[in-house]
Design a protein around this ligand. Structure first.
Ligand SMILES: [Zn+2]
Length: 387
C-alpha cells in the first residue's frame, strides 16, 4: 500500500494577490528511490495527461510500489485559464509571450545567469569525484544541481524573479529530485507518441507507444531536456577523464497523449498502463514491463520535419495522423473558394493539394481546420527506423 501525501504548489501570484496553485500528490512505496516525477497539462489545452494521472491514482493502490511517485495534474493553472471564448490558448504565456515549456533552467550551462554559482561545472565536478562510486556521484551531483537552484533563487532575492523564472523554479524544484521525469503533453492532432532521450531504447519499448522521436542531449529549454541533459553532460565529463562507467543516470520524457482539447477517462486507463510499464522498467513499480508492440517507428528529432502551408485555406486531411506515406502522396487538401474564378464555379479550382516531400510518417496536423499561409500544416517523421 502506498502512503499518500498532498500539498499545493504556487506557480503564480496574480495582480489581485490570488495565488494560482497546482495540486501535488506524493505516493511513497517501500523505499524512497527510485523516484518518478509526473506532471500533466503544462500547456493549457493539452488535457489527456490529467486522465492518465487520475487512472494512476488507482493503479498505484493496486500495484506494489517500490519507490516514490510524485503526480502533478493541472500543473499550470495559468495556461489552463487562458481561455478566449471556448478556446484555451495554453502554449504561450499571455503575460510574457513565452512557451511554457521552454523556460526551464540549464543547470550545467551558463545559459541564464552570469553567476558561476548558478550552474554546475561538470568537468570540475567530475575531476573532484574521479574516485567516487556511481552511487556517491548520483547523490552529490543531485545536491549540486539543487545548490545551483538555491543560488539562482538567492540571486533573485536582490533583483526579483520574472514570472517565467518563478514558474520554472517552482516546477524544477520538484523535478530535480527525480530519477525519471515524465511531462505529459498532447500533440495538436496526433496519435500517441514519445520524445525519448537518445539511446534509451529499452525504456522506449517499455512505454510501448507506436511512435518515438529521439532527442539528442542538447538543451532547448523543455522540461525533459532540463531533466536529462545535465546528467548526460556529467556522463560526458567522466568520459573525458577516461572513466566510462558513469552512464546518464536520469531520464526525462515528453509523453504526447493524442490530440489537444480531447479528454477521456477511459483512454486514461490505457495511458496509465503504458506509464506503469515504464515505471516497472525503471524499478519504481515491481514487476516486468509489458512486452512492446510489434512495431515502434522511430526517427531522430532532426528528421522530424514540419511543412508550412504553401497557401491559406481550409484543411481537408487526405490521411489520418500516424499514417505512413511515400514522397508525392497527397497529405492535405487546402481549400479556398475564392480561388474559383471561372464561371460556373468548379469546386476543384478551390483545392490546392499538398504532397509529402519525402517518405515517412505523417504524425501531426495543425489543430484547426483553417490556416493562413505559412502555418505549420503537418509534421512528418522522415528517415524512420523500427525500434
Ligand atoms: Zn505541449
Amino acid at each position: 500500500m502506498a502512503k499518500w501525501e498532498r500539498r499545493d504548489v504556487v506557480v503564480r501570484t496574480n495582480a489581485t494577490g490570488h495565488e494560482l496553485t497546482a495540486p501535488v500528490f506524493v505516493a511513497r512505496g517501500r523505499q524512497e528511490r527510485p523516484l518518478a516525477y509526473i506532471q500533466a497539462n503544462v500547456h493549457g489545452g493539452e488535457l489527456q495527461g490529467n486522465a492518465a494521472i487520475l487512472a494512476l491514482f488507482e493503479l498505484l493502490e493496486r500495484e506494489p510500489l517500490r519507490g516514490t511517485v510524485i503526480l502533478v495534474p493541472r500543473v499550470n493553472p495559468v495556461s489552463a485559464n487562458q481561455q478566449v471564448g471556448d478556446y484555451v490558448a495554453g502554449v504561450y504565456d499571455f503575460l510574457t509571450g513565452n512557451n511554457f515549456n521552454r523556460g526551464y533552467l540549464y543547470l550545467t550551462g551558463p545559459s541564464r545567469s552570469a553567476s558561476a554559482a548558478s550552474y554546475v561545472d561538470v568537468d570540475s565536478f567530475a575531476a573532484a569525484h574521479q574516485s567516487s562510486s556511481v552511487g556517491e556521484i548520483r547523490e552529490d551531483f543531485r545536491e549540486s544541481l539543487k545548490a545551483a537552484l538555491d543560488a539562482i533563487e538567492t540571486e533573485t532575492r536582490v533583483w526579483g524573479a520574472d514570472s517565467r523564472l518563478d514558474f520554472s523554479l517552482a516546477i524544477q524544484r520538484m523535478a530535480v529530485e527525480a530519477d525519471l521525469v515524465l511531462d505529459l503533453h498532447t500533440g495538436d492532432r496526433a496519435p500517441r507518441y514519445l520524445y525519448v532521450p537518445e539511446g534509451a531504447v529499452a525504456a522506449a519499448r517499455a512505454f510501448g507507444f507506436p511512435f518515438v522521436l529521439e532527442v539528442p542531449a542538447r538543451f532547448g529549454g523543455a522540461l525533459d531536456e532540463a531533466s536529462f541533459v545535465p546528467w548526460q553532460d556529467l556522463s560526458d565529463a567522466f568520459d573525458r577523464l577516461g572513466r566510462n562507467d558513469v552512464p546518464r543516470l536520469i531520464d526525462g520524457y515528453t509523453v504526447e497523449l493524442g490530440s489537444m482539447n480531447s479528454f477521456s477517462l477511459e483512454a486514461g486507463q490505457a495511458d496509465a498502463l503504458r506509464i506503469a510499464s515504464a515505471l516497472r522498467h525503471y524499478g519504481i513499480l515491481d514487476g516486468e514491463p509489458e512486452p512492446p508492440p510489434s512495431r515502434i517507428t522511430a526517427c531522430s528529432i532532426g528528421d522530424y520535419r514540419s511543412l508550412n502551408a504553401p497557401v491559406g485555406g481550409l484543411v481537408d486531411l487526405a490521411v489520418q495522423p500516424g499514417t505512413p506515406v511515400k514522397a508525392g502522396d497527397v497529405v492535405v487538401r487546402l481549400v479556398d473558394p475564392s480561388r474559383c474564378r471561372t464561371l460556373p464555379p468548379r469546386a476543384t479550382d478551390a483545392i490546392v493539394e499538398v504532397r509529402a516531400p519525402e517518405d515517412g510518417v505523417v504524425l501531426l496536423f495543425h489543430a484547426f481546420s483553417s490556416v493562413p499561409k505559412g502555418a505549420r500544416l503537418f509534421s512528418m517523421m522522415t528517415r524512420t527506423r523500427t525500434l
